[in-house]
Design a protein around this ligand. Sequence first.
Ligand SMILES: NC(=O)c1ccc[n+]([C@@H]2O[C@H](COP(=O)([O-])OP(=O)(O)OC[C@H]3O[C@@H](n4cnc5c(N)ncnc54)[C@H](OP(=O)(O)O)[C@@H]3O)[C@@H](O)[C@H]2O)c1
Length: 272
Amino acid sequence: MKLFAVFGNPIKHSKSPIIHKLFAKQTGILQNYIKINVPINFFSKSIRNFFQNGGLGANITIPFKKEAYKICDILTSRAKYSGVVNTIKITSSKKILGDNTDGIGLLKDLKNLNFITTKSNILLLGAGGAAQGVIYSLIHFGCNITIVNRTYQHAKDIVRYFKNIKKINYLKIEDLSYHSINNINYDIIINATSSSMKKKIPNIPSSIIKPNIFCYDLFYNKGNTPFLKWCVEHGVKNVSDGTGMLIEQAAYSFYLWHGIIPNTKKIIRKYI
Ligand SMILES: NC(=O)c1ccc[n+]([C@@H]2O[C@H](COP(=O)([O-])OP(=O)(O)OC[C@H]3O[C@@H](n4cnc5c(N)ncnc54)[C@H](OP(=O)(O)O)[C@@H]3O)[C@@H](O)[C@H]2O)c1
């Protein structure tokens, strides 16, 4: 049977195997999709072992997306522009092809939810692999992005990476209060930090929250994540976790491996 996997650390929470099982059933493809928990310094070795033992493709998750970019021999343009890789496959000439489906997956879900327009002003919390991976698609769609991160330097590094793009800037967390005092409004707040995984919320002032803002957490959970609960407590009406993004990004990964795009609406309905 064709072998696929998701590599990460931690990986226990991942719902990718369930989603890929549903895609395989829907499209009649026989595949086995497993979770692989990778010790922090063994990422490239684990990938090499996987391909040597018959693996055909994989998803890469926290915290290996930037490392995955470095081990690829060939990159799709989405992966090249974003500088992070969440999907890989082995080609017939034994090269590792890297793609980034997080950005397009998030954008598709935000459109499904009617959270986004081409003019949306987005506050992006976080500067890890997921944050970097979604920027290209959001900017390409037309949005403006402000990045705020716990470690200021990491936010600066991402903006430096996208140096030729004018629609992206960064702020110190403490400057957010100053922004809200000056009535700079965000249309969407996207939590791309891993804080919800640790049952924490990013340290941002509640003054930036307005009732008509859309709040999205990339993390997914049964019920609202800690960040989304906090948003609702502060009056936000429209919130969503990252389940839809997870399903949409998985569909684009499935397409890279099998050349078939599954019907995601049917799968999303099972989860909502
Ligand atoms: N729904 C989906 O399809 C999907 C796809 C991709 C990722 N995700 C989720 O996105 C999240 C981030 O993943 P990643 O790959 O970007 O991880 P990562 O590369 O390890 O980056 C983690 C980020 O979170 C910040 N952070 C961690 N703990 C924090 C806290 N307590 N308060 C504030 N900031 C904190 C880090 O800030 P510092 O720079 O200061 O360390 C960094 O910016 C994870 O929860 C992951 O499950 C979901």
